[in-house]
Design a protein around this ligand. Structure first.
Ligand code: A2P
Length: 335
């Protein structure tokens, strides 16, 4: 099977994350024998170009019948809840980018560099974490291993691409002065909305609570407390996070920089005399998690401030999902 590659379905192939998944699969030379681009009935029958070939977009029921080896889902929770178990039941490995399965006790929530080791052969539905959580745990993991994080206070500056195509259209319309459908309750251009995803009963948003819960699950440590404020900003690609972490153990900033830089997938950009720090404009289109503005919080013992930036559609979604598939491939899932 491996000589010819795998049968790969991308569910949500016409969406923002789905399009990035196709790009990343191609860039990383993922061994694809047959691509099954999948979307809603609205797009079924349309043509999608991938790696020099034209493919017809199909509906999810048609993709199921074609029994892919792996199906990467990014079409929202409803689609994942309905369809992922049906794919898994026939032996397809599902890597799901929605929030549907992330906190399910039986489902692994994976960032390969951080906790790829939890994956076992019987895991047929694997959850891809929330974009803001992925970049946070990439920066936290190596520091947690060394200094033991106690409490994290994170404020996010999230790009509109995380909301999908409709949000990109809203900002374009606002910029060109046209009227049209609004996905946000307020204008997003020249604005900041302290409101990502829906409000919950505790007055936090669902996005904020994802950061709290998913971080502990991925780090495998319920003792780490995470307090989050998630903010949508008029940036088209790349999420930024201001992160304050209190550790059990003392640290030295130079050592923190080295530990972060040595962690696979993390790159330190931190030199104040040359104005070197991560920014979404430059992180966009890249796969790394960039960390800068690393400094001691002088108001509290063993506490660090840092600024963490990553492309939310790539490491925050598509790249991480493809890396999960690569991890399984390397561990002989399909041999
Ligand atoms: P479609 O383009 O046909 O609507 P985004 O979040 O960027 O808007 O992308 C959402 C993705 O999920 C799109 O590819 C969209 O397809 C797909 N999608 C939405 N609803 C369904 C559904 N019921 N079944 C399959 N795919 C869906």
């Amino acid at each position: 099977m491996m000589k010819e590659g795998l049968k790969v379905a991308v569910v949500g192939a016409t969406g923002m994350v789905g399009q990035t998944m196709l790009k990343v699969l191609k860039e990383r030379n993922f061994p694809i024998a047959e691509l099954i681009p999948t979307a809603s009935a609205r797009s079924a029958g349309s043509t999608l170009h991938f790696s020099g070939k034209d493919y017809t977009v199909v509906t999810v029921d048609e993709a199921l019948v074609r029994k892919p080896d792996v199906a990467i889902f990014s079409a929202g929770s409803d689609v994942s809840i309905k369809w992922a178990p049906q794919f898994a039941a026939q032996g397809t490995t599902v890597i799901d980018n929605s929030s549907a399965w992330r906190m399910n006790e039986k489902i692994k929530l994976v960032v390969p560099e951080v906790n790829g080791n939890v994956l076992q052969n019987e895991d047929l539905i694997i959850a891809n974490p929330n974009c803001s959580t992925i970049q946070l745990v990439m920066a936290l993991k190596p520091l947690h291993d060394t200094f033991q994080a106690k409490r994290v206070v994170v404020s996010t500056y999230q790009s509109i691409s995380g909301t999908g195509m409709a949000a990109m259209k809203q900002m374009e319309m606002e910029r060109s002065g046209e009227d049209g459908a609004m996905v946000y309750p307020y204008p997003i251009d020249r604005n900041c909305l302290p409101h990502c995803d829906i409000f919950l009963e505790n007055d936090y948003t669902k996005e904020e609570m994802k950061l709290t819960h998913e971080t502990c699950k991925i780090l495998g440590d319920d003792k780490v407390k995470v307090s989050a404020t998630a903010v949508r900003v008029p940036v088209s690609g790349g999420h930024s996070e201001s992160v304050n972490v209190e550790f059990e153990k003392p640290f030295e900033v130079g050592n923190v920089r080295r530990i972060l830089n040595d962690f696979p997938g993390v790159k330190v950009q931190d030199q104040t005399d040359t104005n070197t720090y991560p920014m979404p404009l430059y992180a966009s289109g890249k796969d790394e998690v960039f960390v800068g503005r690393i400094r001691e919080d002088f108001t509290q013992e063993n506490t660090l401030n840092m600024w963490v930036v990553s492309d939310n559609l790539r490491k925050g979604a598509a790249t991480n999902a493809v890396q999960i598939a690569e991890f399984l491939l390397a561990n002989n899932r399909w041999s």
